[in-house]
Design a protein around this ligand. Structure first.
Ligand code: CTP
Ligand code: MG
Length: 224
């Protein structure tokens, strides 16, 4: 199976609040996007396409390996993935879509996603259980209902797809009025079943400054 990796790196990182776009923010001295590309490759992905913010295109090209394809992303994550998908080679069977914001994703997670695709799944996501009590609150912040926890999962990336099915799902996805937070929901909107494999806490997304500090602590060697 030949797989292409798409790295969504075109966000601005508003919640992180750094001066650079989040994907260029260094972790252990290397931009997050470089870690994310390495994770995909270490797990068995052949080619990589990265969606980047238009104004910083040159800065991304300067830090990424020369054999990584760089495309301009869009205003939403969905638009960015759509742009990368259009640029990806048509010869591949599988597409893995990964967040640049998940730099320390272990190669095993990537390998599990690829294995599920090789076994016939058309869509697969890595998931983890929800560990906190989870509730619904009303407009006044008062708890209105408990949510049964056993069936709940947190969804991570990379998410893996049969390429043809993903291209079709994106082609028939509703316009920007409907916001998708990941690619598996684009597939589900097209009626495609989404399978799951075990995720990993180390594939956590860097969203706020605390997450970056936690990631720094996970780095091996003298940095600890
Ligand atoms: N992303 C993207 N294009 C966008 C928005 C997001 O490629 N228009 C990417 C981000 O670069 C990130 C991933 O999607 O790797 C997950 O998004 P998120 O964590 O929300 O990152 P940002 O949108 O950059 O952060 P924020 O929402 O805090 O601004
Ligand atoms: Mg965002």
């Amino acid at each position: 199976m030949h797989a292409v990796g798409i790295v969504a790196a075109a966000g601005s990182g508003l919640r992180l609040g750094a001066e650079l776009p989040k994907a260029l923010v260094p972790l252990g001295g290397r931009p997050l996007v470089c870690w994310a590309v390495d994770a995909l490759r270490a797990g068995g992905v052949d080619d990589v396409v990265v969606a980047v913010p238009d104004p910083q295109q040159a800065a991304f090209t300067a830090v990424l390996p020369a054999d990584v394809q760089v495309v301009v992303g869009g205003d939403t994550r969905t638009a960015s993935v759509r742009a990368a998908l259009a640029a990806a080679r048509e010869q591949v069977d599988a597409v893995l879509v990964h967040d640049a914001a998940r730099p320390l994703t272990p190669p095993d997670v990537v390998a599990r996603v690829l294995a599920a695709l090789a076994a016939g799944a058309r869509a697969v996501v890595p998931v983890l259980p929800v560990v906190d009590t989870t509730v619904v609150v009303d407009d006044d912040g008062v708890v209105a209902a408990d949510v049964p926890r056993p069936p709940l999962r947190r969804v991570q990336t990379p998410q893996g797809f049969d390429r043809t099915t993903l291209v079709r799902a994106y082609a028939q996805a509703p316009g920007p009025a409907v916001e998708f937070t990941d690619d598996a929901s684009v597939m589900r909107a097209a009626g495609i079943p989404v399978h799951t494999v075990a995720g990993d806490e180390r594939a956590a997304k860097i969203t706020v400054a605390h997450d970056l500090r936690m990631a720094e602590l996970q780095l091996p060697g003298e940095r600890n």
